[in-house]
Design a protein around this ligand. Structure first.
Ligand code: MLC
Ligand code: AMP
Length: 503
């Protein structure tokens, strides 16, 4: 039997070597990783999970949650991670769309999730943040040996939902080889080895924390400090005994606000990686001034894994995302025609390679419109390539806000606001925010007789949208500015609100 992704993970695993250390001092070796993921895979099998079945998981970060991901890979299931911040309304959509065989949730959300899951014929088990819960009770009864399911390069390993410009989330289908090829490339490119120790402070329900960070560690046989969430003091405390950190720009903004961030504090660290959102050149410079180290910025997305990276050995240029990774083809094209543009010209970033996903789950038409005839994926990001071959991201062709590395699609928030009594219409924009990069901001037109205010709008959204999607501020205007085609001019609104968070 061969399991494309897990065979590679198994090859790198030295059973006595440390894989994970937690903040509380728990240590999990690679041998224990093999045992635990084997037991959970057996439990999944006993619960009726078969190759190709989806397993939806909405739990807090813990080593066991990562073991569950690996167990799904071994059982041949399709792992579907969900942000614990999602409301039940949001979870209902994902379960209805993906039709998982099993949903794993936190004990505290069991009642609500069971109502939703039962409606969609899915079974529910629990996993809590300290590694307890009904799934783990079952796993403990199982043997650690599990015959990994036969999975080829092109079989699905995961579905990650990413919101769409139409407001409906799309499930990006990622294959075993999408994950393995990209993580292997990154191991080489960023020179990972078994002696590395990564500070893992990212969530594990997105590409960055789940695939980039965890798979790279696994494939190089390295170890990681597994933190429940980012905390600047905790990261500073761990730096002297770590070598690498991966983070979103907000991590670096918060670190540079710490006086304790010095050359001495970072002396043992060989690499800081940033991605998922633009890193301001000023943050890059401040970090270098304080530590003597240049943050390595890279560019990726859920659908494509990692596309480009600044060089490990060469110059890491602030404000650029570096060069296409080995094996990844990247071109800049005319957004309308798809015709390639010349270096230096700004256009749509398009990519092709083993890293690029298989398509959107049960959305063949949508998938087709996002690929060119020659197989290039249209990223929705606007960029250019400079004369030294560095890629610059200069904007977005998609209406998207990125706040602290989380994507928020304005359409989804606008639809919820527009449903509130007294609202005529709304426009949601991203406004420069010193901590989150962009702050979700709602501009609302209300009826003349309405008593709606900022608080009542936010209260109306509380149970409908995950906290990070909720506007940080709500501004009222008489009318939304429109162009002659009737389209809302969000640029003008962004100008209007430009200083909202800078005071
Ligand atoms: C938390 N909040 C956020 C938020 N995170 N609001 C907006 N944007 C965010 N990203 C809310 C909290 O619920 C809280 O609400 C309030 O804002 C302040 O919280 P905080 O304590 O300051 O936030 P914190 O918990 O410290 O989280 C911030 C963060 C976290 C940046 C550490 O968001 C994070 O870990 N982001 C990483 C996201 C990520 O992994 N992206 C990768 C996507 S993959 P209240 O109730 O207190 O008002 C991808 C592909 C690629 O994009 O290229 O990698
Ligand atoms: P996601 O859908 O969460 O995977 O987010 C992917 C999007 O994040 C990309 O399409 C980009 O818009 C953005 N992104 C990721 N990395 C970077 C980066 N280094 N600089 C600018 N934008 C980035």
């Amino acid at each position: 039997m061969s399991n494309h992704l897990f065979d590679a993970i198994r090859r790198a695993a030295r059973v006595d070597a440390v894989f994970i250390e937690t903040a509380e001092g728990r240590v999990l070796t690679y041998g224990e990783m093999l045992d635990q993921s084997g037991r959970i895979a057996s439990a999944l099998h006993a619960l009726g999970v078969r190759p190709g079945d989806r397993v939806a998981v909405q739990v807090e970060k813990s080593p066991e949650a990562l073991m569950l991901y690996l167990a799904c890979v071994r059982a041949g299931a399709v792992y579907l991670p969900l942000n614990p911040a999602y409301t039940l309304t949001e979870v209902d959509y994902f379960i209805g769309d993906a039709e998982p065989r099993l949903v794993v949730c936190q004990p505290k959300t069991l009642e609500g999730v069971t109502t939703v899951a039962t409606r969609h014929d899915a079974r529910v088990e629990t996993l809590d943040e300290s590694g307890g819960g009904s799934l783990m009770d079952l796993a403990r009864e199982e043997e650690p040996e599990f015959p990994d399911a036969e999975r080829g390069a092109d079989d699905l390993a995961a579905i990650l939902y990413t919101s769409g410009t139409t407001g409906r989330s799309k499930g990006a289908m990622l294959t075993h080889n999408n994950l393995l090829s990209n993580a292997s490339t990154l191991c080489d490119y960023w020179q990972f080895s078994a002696s590395d120790r990564l500070i893992h402070a990212l969530p594990i329900f997105h590409t960055h924390g789940l695939f980039v960070a965890s798979n790279v560690v696994l494939l190089s046989g390295a170890s990681m400090f597994f933190l429940p969430k980012f905390d600047a003091n905790e990261v500073l405390r761990l730096m002297p005994s770590s070598t690498v950190m991966m983070g979103v720009p907000t991590f670096y903004v918060r670190l540079t606000q710490q006086e304790a961030l010095t050359r001495e504090a970072a002396a043992n660290m060989r690499l800081f990686v940033s991605g998922s959102a633009p890193l301001l050149a000023e943050t890059h410079r401040a970090f270098q001034r304080m530590t003597g180290l240049a943050i390595l910025e890279r560019y990726g997305m859920t659908e494509t894994n990692m596309n480009t990276s600044n060089p490990y050995d060469g110059e890491r240029i602030a404000g650029t995302v570096g060069h296409p990774l080995p094996g990844v083809s990247l071109r800049i094209a005319d957004p309308e025609t798809g015709n390639p543009l010349l270096d230096g010209e700004t256009g749509m970033i398009e990519v092709k390679g083993p890293n690029v996903f298989k398509g959107y789950w049960r959305m063949p038409e949508k998938t087709q419109t996002e690929f060119r005839a020659d197989g290039f994926f249209v990223t929705g990001d606007l960029g250019k390539i400079d004369d030294r071959g560095y890629v610059h991201i200069v904007g977005r062709g998609k209406d998207l806000v990125i706040s602290g590395g989380y994507n928020i699609y304005p359409k989804e928030v606008e639809a919820e606001i527009d449903q509130l009594a007294g609202v005529i219409e709304s426009a949601v924009i991203g406004v420069p925010h010193p901590d989150f990069g962009e702050g979700v901001t709602a501009v609302v037109v209300k009826r003349a007789d309405s008593t709606l205010d900022e608080r009542s709008i936010l209260d109306g959204l509380a149970d409908r949208l995950a906290r990070y999607k909720q506007p940080k501020r709500v501004i009222f205007v008489e009318d939304l500015p429109r162009n002659t085609m009737g389209k809302v001019q969000k640029n003008r609104l962004r100008e209007l609100c430009a200083d909202l968070y800078s005071g």
